[in-house]
Design a protein around this ligand. Structure first.
Ligand SMILES: Cc1cc2nc3c(=O)[nH]c(=O)nc-3n(C[C@H](O)[C@H](O)[C@H](O)COP(=O)(O)OP(=O)(O)OC[C@H]3O[C@@H](n4cnc5c(N)ncnc54)[C@H](O)[C@@H]3O)c2cc1C
Length: 384
């Protein structure tokens, strides 16, 4: 087993770190306040190659392998510590682009991927509905075939990039009585008749990532925008969610590393009882736990990325990594907050934003309870 990185991988991580620190981080607090995506950083990220990192060169992308992507995204998160920006970017490059790459026709790939890779178009993924969150098979947005088009009716909620998106992978059912076997994926452009982005939703954290609703009222989707086969939408979604759990989250692991660095710096500088608080065992215990969680999270995501690089299944491993990281990240953000004392509660320190940002990681991409169900399913079949 070889844990070393190549020079190219180290260079990619370092460049991504620098990009995050110099281009994204300076505006993060302002974007959080305004609840807006940083468009300047978005365009520069596309020039850097982030939006095309997962896409082959023939569609204008960079075509990196999952392990290098994992490490590079970790570097970006480490440099910028902006979970909002990372969420919008990750949604675009993972859960919009990947289903097109995996299930799309050649014509769909040629039509949409180059626009997404350059950042000219923003992508999203519409699965969740007001009445169907964890229970994806219960979704009720309908798709009815009429001649050479499908007519979509229904709505989606909590959709990342909904207010700013140009293209959405949308799940709808062609026959609700078939449960998950009726679910079908479509590519919906914002200009399609009968489609509109609904309300923008105000959030507690990740505010630099706009979130909102999608509304379909007799929305006309050409047959050629069917993504995969009729009835295969559930499989498209499940595969996409494994990619989300495995390649979006390493960026947030990087952000957690930046938070640990700051907690250490603060603990060394803050003097109480005549000593830096870093000399107190209670503070050191928190820092040690953070480091342990960070290293384990990294190792778990590297394994997932390695499995993906080998073309091997990684469903359970992705759930294990997602569950462990999102749960410990929440605890560690609160511990870092505690180390900052009253200053941590004030907006002038970024730890306040970290706490708000990391709470939702145990929801998006499948809740912790759902991750445990996936893991338990495998465990039960694995051992007698
Ligand atoms: C910031 C943010 C961004 C998001 N972006 C997107 C996006 O881009 N696209 C998209 O489609 N969705 C998105 N989502 C939605 C997200 O995927 C859902 O919130 C998530 O799947 C949970 O669904 P729900 O909120 O309806 O909760 P519910 O499914 O109603 O769950 C409520 C609670 O019940 C628990 N629960 C449910 N079923 C079970 C069970 N069988 N056993 C035990 N416990 C159970 C859940 O774990 C949870 O604790 C986003 C959410 C957030 C917060």
């Amino acid at each position: 087993m070889d844990f070393s990185w190549t020079e190219e991988q180290i260079s990619m991580r370092n460049q991504a770190y620098k990009f995050g620190k110099e281009i994204v981080a300076p505006n993060s607090a302002e974007m959080d306040e305004k609840e807006e995506l940083d468009w300047d950083a978005w365009k520069k990220a596309a020039e850097f190659g982030f939006q095309g990192m997962m896409i082959p060169q023939k569609y204008g992308g960079v075509g990196l392998d999952p392990l290098t992507i994992c490490y590079t995204m970790e570097g970006l998160g480490h440099g910028c510590r902006d979970v909002g920006f990372l969420t919008s970017l990750g949604t675009h490059m993972v859960i919009c682009e990947i289903p097109i790459l995996e299930a799309g026709t050649e014509a769909q790939k040629e039509k949409y991927l180059p626009k997404l890779v350059t950042g000219e178009w923003v992508g999203g993924f519409g699965q969740t509905e007001p009445g169907a969150g964890s229970d994806v098979a219960a979704l009720s947005t309908t798709a009815e075939k009429k001649g050479d088009v499908y007519i979509l009716n229904g709505s989606k909620t909590f959709i990342t990039n909904a207010p700013i998106g140009d293209l959405f992978v949308v799940l709808a059912t062609v026959d609700k009585s078939k449960g998950h076997k009726g679910i079908t994926a479509f590519l919906v452009e914002k200009s399609f008749e009968g489609f509109q982005a609904g309300r923008k939703l105000e959030k507690m954290g990740m505010r630099a990532s706009p979130t909102g609703e999608l509304v379909f009222e007799d929305c006309v989707v050409p047959e050629e925008n069917l993504l995969g086969q009729v009835g295969q939408g559930f499989a498209v979604a499940m595969s996409t969610l494994v990619w989300e759990r495995s390649t979006m989250l390493p960026a947030l692991v990087g952000a957690a590393e930046a938070r640990l660095e700051e907690a250490v710096r603060y603990a060394k500088n803050r003097v109480q009882f005549g000593k830096p608080i870093a000399s107190f065992e209670a503070i050191q215990t928190k820092l040690a736990n953070m480091k342990m969680h960070l290293e384990l999270s990294k190792t778990m995501f590297y394994k997932v990325a390695w499995l993906k690089s080998q073309g091997k299944p990684a469903t359970m491993e992705a759930s294990l990594a997602k569950l462990f990281f999102s749960e410990t990240n929440r605890m560690d953000a609160l511990d870092a907050f505690q180390i900052h004392g009253g200053y941590g509660y004030m907006k002038e320190y970024p730890i306040e934003r970290d706490v708000r940002d990391c709470i939702a990681n145990t929801l998006g991409g499948g809740t912790s309870e759902i991750q445990r169900m996936i893991i338990a399913r495998d465990v039960l079949s694995m051992y007698e």
